[in-house]
Design a binder for this molecule. Structure first.
Ligand SMILES: C[S@@+](CC[C@H](N)C(=O)[O-])C[C@H]1O[C@@H](n2cnc3c(N)ncnc32)[C@H](O)[C@@H]1O
Ligand SMILES: [Zn+2]
Length: 584
């Protein structure tokens, strides 16, 4: 077992790569893909899955204790009844004792243990994780070593050379089958159905060679579902999403990477974005947030087909990819709400104002007599805007449909930050993790961010300081936050007209040379309107938040030769590189 790299013998033709707790051998034949730059993605995933597992274990323990208390109470009541029955009917009075449970003081027969005494102690819930596209197995190995509640990880890859590398790496880290194990297959009572377990090794990381979708479809029944699915493909995760949303247990976690940002975050390939994600991308500075919302829309609509819905916990746009963590649950009423969390957006080609067109709405009606709430699901009125932008009269483009609901869960993110606070030394990229998570935690969930410099560009004006713009919006009664997706950006629940009014007020104090502005230009239209209220630029106390103090490291400071999503390894699955998978 490799506890420290010094004790490892490196075979000829291999080099040792160490990331955090784990070591892998890299063959000179380039047989499995590894992108060292993705250490941040793997660190973040270890932390998020760990926090998710500890939180879901706490929930399970609470439910278990409540069930124990209920059971004890039921048994106590049954015994009391028994005592009251006349002896002639076989009633047996018993001496009694009192114990405290969550339900208060419970009276139990003295010779029977109460909830505490009886308690088979609560055993923490150990979970199963499936990494559908594992390559060298580094990610799976780290999960198995660094997340205490992991029962086992199923590490899968289609490529024979990748699974050979994985086997070597799993053994190197001491996570393979026990040396005395004679079994070759996982027993049938395990989560893995026997029909797919052929060739699946035993141990804490169990290797499967096969197609990711076939494996996940084999885990879609309630009995065979796993707790966490991780998709970290080349390019898009789209082909794997239908299978993945079915393979996750209720309350389980789905982690998704997509590196095809030239599809998701530019308008160079709208047709491809539509076929992969069922939505059309945005041409505006907030394209990275739109990319997250497009992927969430795919997850939501795919889950909805199976009576399931998504709860986004953390959605990050990082370097050349997006990484999302969503909880999957089953509940018909929540599935019905999905259309009202989905919108098309009309995006102005002149000033990037956006106009939201939700696809559905939910109307709640409280029944007068019973007080019960009836929920009705309706279509939406539209369009939300005339044919031209009401701010600058430019043409509008349609984008979406995409997810318009919350993209961050601040209470989940706070827990990940708490975990990080006491475990900073456990992650090589903890400074960057803290920065991104702090901004994401405070991020407003309403779309979309803007940068004062870009808006100033539309006005042909000087650029007001970020804090001045934030203060003006706060004084006007709006909320503001930063966005993790773009340094120097602001999010607000104010409309673009409100934001533009702030700039119109700014321009009154910092005049623009109108002689240089054509009367046909968007700037002329923007400047031609009077602000409805004069902005107050005095520093607002809430303009300085925790996240304003974070220097956002959006791009890796020293891009290495591995920068970018990388190309496929020279394996059995090698195919021509898809130009759309890399963002320039
Ligand atoms: C980007 S790499 C995975 C990197 C890995 N998750 C990590 O963190 O190092 C993608 C892997 O997916 C595998 N792959 C591609 N298509 C697949 C499929 N349909 N089923 C299973 N594996 C597949 C490739 O062989 C490759 O090893
Ligand atoms: Zn406009």
């Amino acid at each position: 077992m490799a506890s420290g790299s010094s004790s490892i013998t490196i075979p000829e033709g291999f080099t040792l790569h160490t990331e955090n707790t784990s070591h892998i051998l890299i063959s000179s034949k380039d047989e499995a893909f590894l992108n060292p730059v993705q250490e941040f993605n793997r660190d973040l995933s270890v932390a998020c899955i760990r926090v998710w597992s500890e939180e879901s274990d706490k929930d399970k323990e609470t439910k278990w204790r409540q069930a124990q208390d209920k059971k004890a109470k039921r048994e106590a009541e049954a015994d009391q009844k028994e005592q009251k029955r006349p002896k002639s009917e076989g009633g047996q009075p018993k001496p009694v004792q009192s114990v405290s449970g969550a339900q208060g003081e419970i009276t139990l027969p003295a010779n029977e243990p109460g909830p505490v005494g009886k308690a088979k102690e609560y055993r923490p819930y150990k979970f199963v994780l499936l990494e559908a596209l594992s390559a060298t197995g580094l990610r799976s190995i780290r999960y198995a070593k660094e997340i205490p509640l992991v029962r086992y990880v199923i590490a899968n890859d289609l490529s024979a050379s990748a699974t050979a590398a994985m086997k070597r790496n799993v053994d190197l880290n001491g996570l393979g089958p026990a040396p005395d194990s004679t079994e070759e297959m996982v027993p049938p009572d395990e989560k893995t159905p026997t029909r797919i377990s052929h060739g699946l090794t035993l141990g804490k990381v169990r290797i499967n060679e096969g197609d990711a979708c076939a494996l996940m479809y084999n885990h879609r029944t309630e009995k065979t579902r796993v707790d966490v699915v991780d998709l970290d493909p080349y390019g898009t995760a789209a082909p794997f999403i239908d299978a993945a949303v079915q393979a996750v247990n209720d309350g389980g976690l789905l982690c998704v990477t997509c590196t095809d940002l030239s599809v998701l975050a530019t308008t160079n390939y709208p047709e491809k974005c539509y076929s992969n994600y069922g939505g059309v991308p945005v041409k505006a500075e907030y394209c990275h947030e739109a990319a997250l919302r497009l992927v969430l829309n795919t997850l939501s609509t795919s889950a909805g087909r199976y009576g399931r819905y998504i709860q986004p916990l953390l959605s990050l746009s990082i370097d050349f990819y997006v990484r999302l963590f969503v909880r999957i649950q089953s509940a018909p009423i929540e599935v019905k709400k999905a259309a009202s969390k989905t919108s098309m957006y009309y995006i102005c080609t002149g000033c990037q104002s956006f106009y939201e067109q939700p696809l559905g709405k939910m109307v709640e009606k409280v029944h007068e007599r019973s007080g019960s709430t009836n929920r009705l699901f309706k279509t939406q009125v539209g369009p939300p805007v005339p044919q031209k932008c009401t701010e600058c009269s430019s043409v509008l483009h349609v984008s979406g449909p995409m997810w318009s609901g919350p993209i961050q869960d601040s209470s989940f993110i706070s827990k990940v930050l708490e975990h990080l606070e006491t475990n900073q030394d456990k992650y090589g990229t903890s400074t960057r993790m803290k920065g991104m998570l702090t901004v994401a935690k405070e991020e407003l969930n309403s779309p979309f961010y803007f940068t004062p410099s870009r808006v100033a560009g539309f006005f042909h004006s000087t650029c007001p300081p970020l804090d001045d713009v934030a203060s003006a919006l706060l004084h006007a009664g709006h909320d503001v936050s930063r966005s993790h997706a773009c340094p120097g950006s602001l999010k607000t629940n104010a409309t673009r007209q409100d934001v533009h009014d702030v700039f119109r007020s700014w321009v009154k104090k910092h005049p623009v040379k109108m002689e240089k502005i054509s009367d046909q230009s968007p700037a002329y239209q923007l400047l031609g309107k009077e602000p409805r209220v004069e902005a107050n630029f005095k520093r607002h106390p809430r303009s300085v938040t925790q996240s304003s103090q974070v220097k956002l490291v959006r791009y890796q400071q020293n891009p290495t030769p591995h920068w970018g999503p990388g190309s496929r390894a020279d394996s059995g699955t090698k195919r021509k590189r898809d130009d759309n998978e890399e963002i320039e």
